[in-house]
Design a protein around this ligand. Structure first.
Ligand SMILES: NC(=O)c1ccc[n+]([C@@H]2O[C@H](COP(=O)([O-])OP(=O)(O)OC[C@H]3O[C@@H](n4cnc5c(N)ncnc54)[C@H](OP(=O)(O)O)[C@@H]3O)[C@@H](O)[C@H]2O)c1
Length: 268
């Protein structure tokens, strides 16, 4: 963080993801005076922080984080071309934009790290996967990891191609879990529960089980076995959910495959 403090951090696009990360960095002690934000319509929260807002950028910032929507990239990135091909690290959270598109826009020798975060970052429970190009030093990988760990866990990948499957599992994954909550609540309602109560039960169950799966020494398979008595209620439901033809296994296989393939298509 010392290098970032001294040379500065630039955030291009400060919407939902940018704001979640910025809140994490400030909470971890990054001074607002070391932060330069480029965003056409800054929020009141952003204006209150004391960061440099839409001002001239430092000459040699330590890191630029790109957090605009994919469709805004081509319009937003050119302002940063003077910082390409140098010592400034570019860290992208932009979905579906391969490293080579940054190298093409900023210069082939630009250090670029591509990452896939997810929305629980907003409450510091995200997980972000990162992959850096050959121009990225170990110190820069560490710098990116330190920054992103302000909003959750960080994992490093062996190759950029894995980012498509990561997008399909953890990037898009929160939406699958939200849909699980919706459908679990609706199923409770169908069995006679009031809607509010069914939703409260579904949210707390998914949240609690997720937390337990992360905290427990036992793996999820053992945790499932622990709550399944032979011929009991859980076993009755799991017979439906674990059906090899119609249950979760083939369903999630198809869903994650569809998302992975879509991620590959978008990168073209
Ligand atoms: N949200 C997620 O779950 C998630 C997860 C993984 C990755 N990502 C990636 O994170 C990126 C940002 O997503 P988001 O959900 O945070 O989107 P967002 O809320 O729309 O934020 C994008 C921000 O960029 C600003 N912007 C637009 N044009 C700009 C320009 N030319 N220069 C500087 N800033 C500009 C937007 O301003 P205006 O609103 O005024 O246009 C907005 O504040 C995307 O590339 C997305 O793929 C998001």
């Amino acid at each position: 963080m010392e290098d970032i403090r001294a040379r500065g951090l630039v955030l291009l696009g400060c919407g939902k993801m940018g704001s979640a990360m910025l809140a994490g960095w400030i909470a971890k002690g990054l001074p607002a005076t070391s932060v330069w934000i480029l965003d056409p319509f800054p929020s009141d929260w952003l204006k209150s922080l004391g960061v440099h807002l839409n001002e001239d950028l430092p000459a040699n910032p330590a890191i630029v984080i790109v957090a605009v929507k994919p469709q805004m990239m081509d319009e937003a990135l050119p302002i940063l071309i003077p910082h390409g091909n140098g010592e400034t690290l570019f860290l992208s959270v932009v979905a579906g934009r391969p490293i080579k598109s940054f190298e093409a826009a900023l210069g082939a020798n630009t250090p670029v790290i591509r990452s896939v975060p997810n929305t629980p970052a907003a409450i510091s429970h995200g997980i972000t996967a990162i992959f850096g190009n050959d121009h990225t030093s170990q110190a820069q990988m560490q710098q990116a990891e330190t920054l992103l760990s302000a909003v959750g866990q960080v994992v490093r990948l062996d190759n950029e191609g894995q980012l498509d499957a990561v997008t399909a599992v953890s990037g898009s994954g929160p939406a699958y879990v939200f849909h699980l909550i919706e459908t679990l609540a609706a199923a409770g309602e169908a069995q006679g529960l009031p809607a509010d109560l069914a939703m409260q039960l579904a949210k707390a169950t998914v949240g609690g089980a997720g937390h337990l799966a992360e905290m427990a020494d036992e793996d999820p398979t053992q945790l499932r076995i622990n709550v399944t008595s032979p011929a009991g209620t859980t076993a009755a439901a799991l017979a439906v959910l674990m059906d090899p033809e119609t249950g979760f296994p083939p369903l999630l296989l198809r869903a994650v495959k569809a998302a992975t393939e879509r991620s590959r298509e978008l990168a073209k």
